[in-house]
Design a protein around this ligand. Sequence first.
Ligand code: F6R
Length: 605
Amino acid sequence: MCGIIGYTGKGNAAKIMLDALELLEYRGYDSAGIALLGGNGMRILKSAGRVGDLRKRCKGQDTGGHCGIGHTRWATHGGVCDQNAHPHRFGRVTLIHNGIIENYKELTEKYHLAGKLRSQTDTEVAAAVVDHFYTGDPYSAIRRTVLKLKGTFAFAVLFDDQPDKIFAVRNVSPIVAAITPDGAILSSDVAAIVPFTPDYFVLPEFHVAALSPAGIELFDLSGDREEIVWQKADWDVGQSGKGGYPFYMEKEIMEQPKAVQETILPRIRDGRPDFSEEGIPDRVLAECKRICVIACGTAMHAGLVGKSLIQAMIGIHVDVVMASEFMYNDPVVDGETLVIAISQSGETIDTLEALKFARACGSPSISIVNVRGASIARVSEYVIYTNAGPEIAVASTKAYTTQLAVLYLLTARMAAARGLWSEKTLEGFMQELKRVPDVLKQVLQTKEEIHRLAGAILHARDVFMIGRGLDYSILLEGSLKLKEVSYIHSEAYASGELKHGTIALITEDTPVIAVVTQEKLKSKELSNIREVQSRGARVLLLIKEGEALEEGEGLSCVYRLPRMEDPFMVMPASVVLQLIAYYVSSDKGLDVDKPRNLAKVVTVE
Ligand code: F6R
């Protein structure tokens, strides 16, 4: 969490940084600030609020200069206020930070900082420690500081007497850097770099990058120079704008047919699923005795769909574990457990740590990641990239459906590798998978109808969502989406579980969204719907086109989903749920792309 930017070169540093902070704002948006180092010494401008507020704060101020660092914050230590906004300055050192310094209290004591700090942040303590060790050699000060720190960090540091230079170091939290046509830039992620160049590198952990207008040098912690390993970003700048939509979330929902197509098609060869580009040997898919999916939030919900598919079609046991709980439940993974880590950002620290643990236990691992070169992709044995392109809205949409697309491909490849399916079954499955982009287009063409349906829950305080099996898995995601962007309390329940307590909350007019897409569960699901209706619930039903509903089923709102084979129905149904959440949020006038308290990349535990 938190967005970091640093620029040194011939350009206007303040302008470059403010523009970049806007692109990085999805990483955290409770305060923002910049520090400029130049002829007039160090100038720091920062304020609680959005980057837009910082821009206002900069108006009429001296913002000239060619070297600076900037930050957009997601508060961890210390509340949201001007003093706690980054950059933090102590003595001759000014720095920005993404991560958590766990031993900041011990360091405060050890270096007698009590009474000298102006903020409540762990970051200011780190600035003070760097200043303590600084005797004119930035590398030595950084090295000695880093050896004292416990926790995660990505720092960009300015020293008063090192004009035009930015120093960066990291542990876990990401930093990427690049040479621009007129200088050098660093950032928390490539989103802020691609407007300048597609060529960038990931700063290795516990290494120091020194940026100057002449370029970038890389050193290990003992001061030895190292070669930079360059990579190419495959996101073009055009993909990063809103493309005429009022919010990124709508744009990203609308991009799903293309995103799913680009995720699926390169992995189909001669009609069969193919992971040879990723170098995944069939043995990894054929020999594992069980699968453990680790992920958080939306990515974890994608894993639940994967579990249903794989258990039903391959017949092996799949656990889906919240990555944040993985380490605390004495995980049992071994060489026979295939670990699948799912993450849009590839930086979620809980998923990353769980994956590292599983690898240390000897588990083969595949990660499903959207952001190229991200930490989870690098730690994993094999990586399958979802080709969703940049996902900027905090609420994940196209990343989710592309994660599902990869899970379908993996299921099919696993079945083929194990010799479980006939050619005909495999062909039928792949044909249906290839239909998904068109079916999603069909759903998106009905977005105005979905907008009207969303009106039914616009003023609701609580919304319940019910379904069974695969329908339940996608409702967990639909409910999360509604909560996070509309602030309406919502719960997804396996329909059969309602009677065991929650049905007590269903009263006259309680809105209930029910999804019924699985033939084998239909009659049970419809009975459960009748149960809530007879307690007064107002039901919005998502059901396949052409499914008969009995007279008197009394459903005031029905949305007909385009027909697919049952295992694929989660795709169109998920898009409807995303659009419902989106329209409720935008009709409430909320900041859809940046819901309160959230951040897109969760790099703190
Ligand atoms: C919700 C959402 C989050 C993320 C979760 C994991 O819309 O986006 O729940 O899915 O924070 O993030 P990644 O996928 O980056 O690991």
